[in-house]
Design a protein around this ligand. Structure first.
Ligand SMILES: [Zn+2]
Length: 58
């Protein structure tokens, strides 16, 4: 069975397949797309923390 990135359809390397089976997130992503998603998640966390900081002032 071929493992393709669900974002860009790149064939995944053995290491990437291993990562995806160890940490299943529902979809398979290559390293590039995964880091893209991670950045998105990090940005969301930063935004949430900014919100929290805003409320702590009052
Ligand atoms: Zn990809």
């Amino acid at each position: 069975m071929d493992y393709l990135c669900s974002e860009c359809s790149t064939q995944l390397s053995e290491f990437e397949i291993e990562l995806n089976t160890k940490f299943p997130i529902g979809k398979l992503y290559c390293e590039f797309c995964q880091s893209k998603w991670e950045r998105k998640i990090i940005k969301q966390i930063v935004d949430v923390e900014k919100e929290v900081g805003k409320y702590e002032k009052y």
